[in-house]
Design a protein around this ligand. Structure first.
Ligand code: COA
Ligand code: AMP
Length: 628
């Protein structure tokens, strides 16, 4: 079958197409209803199906005779430890931890927040929730207590699962004080915390609230998989919106399982038994979909890597892992390869390793710049597939579907929309526009299985943020164009979200933090181009009248404030003090002009600008501060 005919069918006859795909997974009760409308009039997939995602990812494979195959490889250069778990062992472990949660009163539909580093117990906790129908919400370890507290308040978890510490390249990060602070700030504290004590830095536990993971699991009976409805939520994953309050993207069981199985084959070309490695973090959507659920549902072996592309111990780390475990497909953010190139420009370290199992390298999370693409192709000599997706969709909106048919690659393009995604480029008034013209990238509804059906307890924000702008469309927040062959080019966000080392962060949220400083009257945060991280935030601030503060000291205080409120992952490091900000006559800050200036790009002065004279002054201030 060609991809063109498969895609055509997915759009013209979505129910026929997805019914066939749904037959690939082991439902407890196969769905008869393929596409239906929910109480909000929103499309939902497989409404009357019954299944269990952990069963698909684990028990099913044991029943089918894969029990002795390795399901999970843990490789942790930061702690110098390695471990491997078969499907049978992982199933047993997950069932016992599910028993711990049941003992703590966790029931179907209850939320469990998971705040953990990249350790096998994090995967176990996720799958244990799925096993008993509880909804997990994993929070990335690089977020500060306030961010964690915001997620706790929104998800209202009965239990939080955490670890005593995370381990970065050169330091140990104590998680427990962050967790304690977050709970102290929270309006909805959990009843219990289950904490894994890591040898590197154990922590004090607060009885009776806190339980030791090891002790709890020793006393637990294994819990069985429950049957859940296809539309029940599997997880909530918070992602940055344009304001300080993160958006709780909801993923349901049925559509997600079908999308995972489909994409592992169609996009990643993976067969059961092969080794798949997504070098991301379980705190991000890539980690949910392609460290945990996708590879396991497909019966592959997945790699959980607690390390970095460089410095753990060197820029050969990726090649070492690929060779050691016979990785067939490697998936990482372009930033990771830029970091490797910086330290090993000729990629000499790759020559020390046997990469014969490696078939394809996938990249996503941020724009893949041509020089990084060329460098990887030149040195590793494997197809490099750029594919585009977001937390909301859970799998690739556009990719080269090599599992069906490897399409010709075009530099800078994420190739064609995946099955089920009808992608249109719209004008600001919502009209489809011609090939090669830039516009808003939108997806015609229904979105395919796996995409978000709502935001957690905030359907109004879902409607307002994604659906109501143009009737019949989901707005992706990205801009770009299609060429005459329908190839898609994603050029970047059209909103106040920036992408730092493949991590999605809100400049609006950083502005809220800067504005809370007593010296700051007004501010703007923009993304400036970074050779390593793609983008890095730059803070532009106006001081309150009469405030006299040393600018270096102010920068230090603001950097500390962002670390404390959002986290180190925001990589907020630079502040420039200005006398004025460019605004329209109605008072809107001209962020695009500031962005262009900071990146040394040409910019046009909008006719609506209030005070054109301020632009020269701002450019001079940026030059003086060595911004580009
Ligand atoms: N827990 C606690 N802190 C964390 C963390 C975690 N899980 N992850 C990152 N941090 C901290 C880092 O220690 C760093 O702190 P510092 O400013 O005190 O040094 C800060 O957050 C920024 O981290 P990062 O952006 O990762 O920068 P880095 O200099 O440590 O590493 C790269 C640079 C390029 C090697 C790294 O960003 C990388 O591997 N990028 C790939 C990203 C990726 O896989 N994204 C997933 C999306 S697909
Ligand atoms: P996240 O929700 O964290 O996965 O971030 C999603 C955003 O990352 C998208 O909306 C894009 O802006 C960006 N992104 C992801 N993949 C790509 C890609 N292949 N090319 C360009 N931008 C990408």
């Amino acid at each position: 079958m060609t991809f063109a005919s498969e895609y055509q069918q997915s759009i013209a006859q979505p129910e026929v197409f997805w019914r066939q795909q749904a037959q690939r997974i082991a439902w407890f009760k196969s769905p008869k209803q393929i596409l239906s409308l929910d109480e909000h009039g929103h499309h939902r997939w497989f409404a009357d199906g019954q299944l269990n995602t952990a069963h698909l990812a684990l028990d099913h494979h044991v029943l089918e005779g894969r029990g002795e195959q390795i399901a999970l490889i843990y490789d942790s250069p930061v702690t110098k430890s390695k471990a491997q778990y078969t499907y049978y062992q992982l199933t047993e472990w997950v069932a016992r931890f599910a028993g711990v949660l049941v003992n703590l009163g966790v029931q179907m539909g209850d939320r469990v927040v998971i705040y953990m580093p990249m350790i096998p117990e994090a995967v176990v906790a996720m799958l244990a929730c799925a096993r008993i129908g509880a909804i997990h919400s994993v929070v990335f370890g690089g977020f500060a207590a306030k961010e964690l507290a915001a997620r706790i308040d929104d998800a209202e978890p009965k239990v939080i699962v955490s670890a005593s510490c995370g381990v970065e390249v050169d330091r140990v990060i104590a998680y427990k004080p962050i967790l304690d602070d977050a709970i102290a700030m929270s309006q909805c504290p959990p009843q219990h915390c289950v904490v894994l004590q890591r040898d590197v830095a154990p922590c004090a536990l607060q009885a009776p609230r806190d339980l030791d993971w090891q002790q709890a699991i020793e006393h637990a009976e294994p819990a069985d998989c429950v049957s859940v409805n296809a539309l029940d939520p599997l997880y909530i994953l918070y992602t940055s919106g344009t304001t300080g309050s993160p958006k709780g993207v909801v993923r349901d069981h049925g559509g997600h399982a079908v999308a995972m199985e489909y994409s592992m084959q169609a996009i990643y070309n993976m067969q059961p038994g092969q080794v798949f490695w997504a070098a991301s973090d379980i705190g991000w959507v890539v980690g949910h979909s392609y460290i945990v659920y996708g590879p396991l549902i497909r019966g592959c072996t997945t790699v959980l890597y607690e390390g970095k592309p460089v410095r753990t111990p060197d820029a050969g780390a990726f090649w070492r892992v690929c060779a050691e475990y016979g990785v067939s497909a490697l998936f990482a953010a372009p930033t990771a390869f830029r970091a490797i190139r910086k330290e090993d420009p000729e990629c000499l370290l790759a020559q020390d390793y046997d990469l014969s199992a490696l078939q394809t390298i996938y990249m996503a999370g941020e724009r893949l710049d041509p020089s990084t693409y060329d460098w990887v192709v030149k040195h590793i000599q494997r197809p490099v597939i750029d594919h585009w997706w977001q937390t909301e969709t859970g799998w690739a909106i556009a990719a080269n579907p090599v599992g069906i048919e490897a399409l010709p690659v075009k530099a800078g393009s994420v190739t064609l929309p995946s099955a089920g995604y009808q992608v249109d480029i719209l004008s600001p008034t919502g009209q489809p526009i011609a090939a090669n013209e830039q516009g808003i990238i939108a997806i015609k509804r229904p979105l395919p299985p796996g995409c978000l059906p709502t935001l957690w307890r905030n359907h109004a924000r879902f409607e307002a943020g994604y659906l109501s702008t143009f009737s019949g469309y989901y707005i992706t927040g990205d801009g770009g164009y299609k060429d005459a062959d329908g190839y898609l080019y994603v050029l970047g966000r059209t909103d106040d979200i920036i992408n730092i080392a493949g991590h999605r962060l809100s400049t609006g949220e950083m502005e809220e933090v800067l504005a809370s400083h007593s010296a700051v009257a007004e501010c703007a945060v923009i993304g400036q181009n970074s050779d390593l991280k793609g983008e890095e935030p730059l803070g532009l601030v106006l001081l309150k009248d009469g405030v006299d503060i040393d600018h270096d000291q102010l920068q230090q205080e603001l950097v500390a404030l962002v670390r404390q409120n959002i986290g180190a992952v925001a990589s907020f490091k630079q502040v420039v003090v200005l006398q004025r900000l460019p605004k329209t006559r109605s008072g809107k800050i001209l962020r695009k002009v500031l962005r262009n200036m900071a990146n040394g790009e040409e910019y046009s002065v909008p006719a609506t600008i209030d005070d054109p004279a301020c632009l020269q002054e701002i450019e001079a201030a940026m030059r003086q501060a060595h911004v580009k």
